[in-house]
Design a protein around this ligand. Structure first.
Ligand code: C5P
Length: 214
C-alpha cells in the first residue's frame, strides 16, 4: 500500500523539523521556483537532502533550448525529477533534455494540462504527440479538470499522472486520483496551514477514504 498520494508543492519554505515530521506521510516534494529564489540553491539543497521521500521534483516548468535546460538541471542535482513544458517541442529542446536526464538517472515530467481556467486545449493533439515522442516518466494534468485526467489516463495507461489544483485552486482532495491520477500535488493548503502536519494528515485521510469508494 502507498504511504501517501500527496506531493507537497513547496513554493514557500517550511522548517527542516516540520518536513522531517511529514516525510513519512508524503510521497514526494515538488520544489517551486519561489522557494529557490527565496532560499538560493545551496540552502534548498540543505533543506531537502536528508529527507526520506520517494521523489524530489523540481518544478521550474522548463521551456527553453536543450542547452539551457541542461545547464539549469545540472545545477539542481539534489532532485530526482524535473518538470518541463511540452509545447516547446522535441528537436533541439526536449529530446536533448530527456537524453541528459536519462544519462544521469533522473526523471522527466511534461506538463500536459495546466490547472488554471485560461489554459487552452487547442494544442491538445500536438501536446499528446510530443508526450508520445519523448516518453517521459510522467505528466502533469490539472486536478481541476477531471475529464482531462481520465482522458490522459486512457491515452497514456502506464505513465505517472500528477495533478495540482487540489484545495486552494478548487479541486476536491481524492477526485484527481479517482479520475486516474497517481498523486495529488498540494501546496498552500498544507504550507499555509497553522499546523502543516495536521493538514497533511487530514488530507491523506480524505484521499484514502475517497479512493476506497471510487
Ligand atoms: O498552492 P497550490 O496547491 O495551488 O499549488 C499548486 C502547485 O502546482 C504550484 O506549485 C503550481 O506551480 C503547480 N502547478 C499548477 N498547475 C499546473 C502545473 C503546476 O498549479 N498545471
Amino acid at each position: 500500500m502507498l504511504k501517501s498520494r500527496v506531493i507537497l508543492a513547496m513554493d514557500k519554505p517550511l522548517s527542516y523539523q516540520v518536513l522531517k515530521e511529514m516525510e513519512n506521510e508524503l510521497y514526494g516534494i515538488k520544489v517551486g521556483l519561489p522557494l529557490v529564489l527565496d532560499l538560493g540553491v545551496d540552502k534548498t539543497r540543505e533543506l531537502l537532502i536528508g529527507l526520506d521521500v520517494e521523489e524530489i521534483i523540481v518544478d521550474f516548468k522548463l521551456a527553453d533550448i536543450g542547452y539551457i535546460m541542461k545547464s539549469i538541471v545540472e545545477r539542481l542535482s539534489f532532485a530526482n525529477s524535473f518538470i518541463a513544458h511540452s509545447f516547446i517541442g522535441v528537436k533541439g529542446s526536449l529530446d536533448e533534455l530527456k537524453r541528459y536526464l536519462d544519462a544521469n538517472s533522473k526523471n522527466l515530467y511534461l506538463v500536459a494540462v495546466m490547472s488554471h481556467e485560461g489554459w487552452s486545449t487547442l494544442f491538445a493533439d500536438y501536446i499528446k504527440n510530443v508526450i508520445r515522442e519523448i516518453s517521459p516518466k510522467g505528466i502533469v494534468v490539472g486536478g481541476t479538470k477531471l475529464d482531462h485526467i481520465t482522458q490522459y489516463r486512457r491515452d497514456f495507461e502506464k505513465m505517472t499522472i500528477v495533478s495540482p489544483g487540489m484545495g486552494s485552486q478548487g479541486g476536491s482532495y481524492g477526485d484527481a486520483v479517482c479520475a486516474g491520477a497517481d498523486y495529488e500535488i498540494i501546496g498552500r493548503s498544507i504550507y499555509n496551514a497553522g499546523n502543516p502536519l495536521t493538514a497533511l494528515r487530514t488530507i491523506n485521510k480524505i484521499i484514502e477514504d475517497k479512493v476506497m469508494k471510487c
